[in-house]
Design a protein around this ligand. Sequence first.
Ligand code: ATP
Ligand code: MG
Length: 138
Amino acid sequence: MIEQTLAIIKPDGVARNLIGEIIHRIETSGLKIQAMKMVQLSVKQAEGFYAVHRDKPFFPSLTSFMSEGPVVLMILSGENAIQKWRDLMGATDPAKAVPGTIRREFGQSIERNTTHGSDAPETAAFETAYFFGGMERL
Ligand code: ATP
Ligand code: MG
């Protein structure tokens, strides 16, 4: 099934000049970058994006991290795009991620793990609409 997913290069990835490396991995995987922009999120925008985690102990730290510097936001599309992008990223905790994955290679901690990916069709729909307008999501 052709899907869309939201990918983010988090502030730790942008700050360490990993944009090109990560985009190269996306393009060689066969996924298409359908929309892309670089922005710095406000704390409020990060809180809205991660609202499902608002009761977690790491929420204040996570939303502060996500707004500390610019991020690259992308809509990726392709066959099984949601799972494919999560496979390229690897597990949330870089220490537990499979060797060769983005988070294993570049993640610094369970929080500063370099990339984000939607985890289901419903979250992908919410997340792409959170950051992109209708014309960009066609
Ligand atoms: P993401 O949603 O960013 O793609 P994920 O789906 O693998 O990651 P979630 O459980 O949704 O993981 O957590 C969202 C983000 O919150 C993680 O990517 C990470 O940056 C941070 N996070 C998750 N668990 C922890 C934790 N125990 N301590 C600190 N930060 C955490
Ligand atoms: Mg998640």
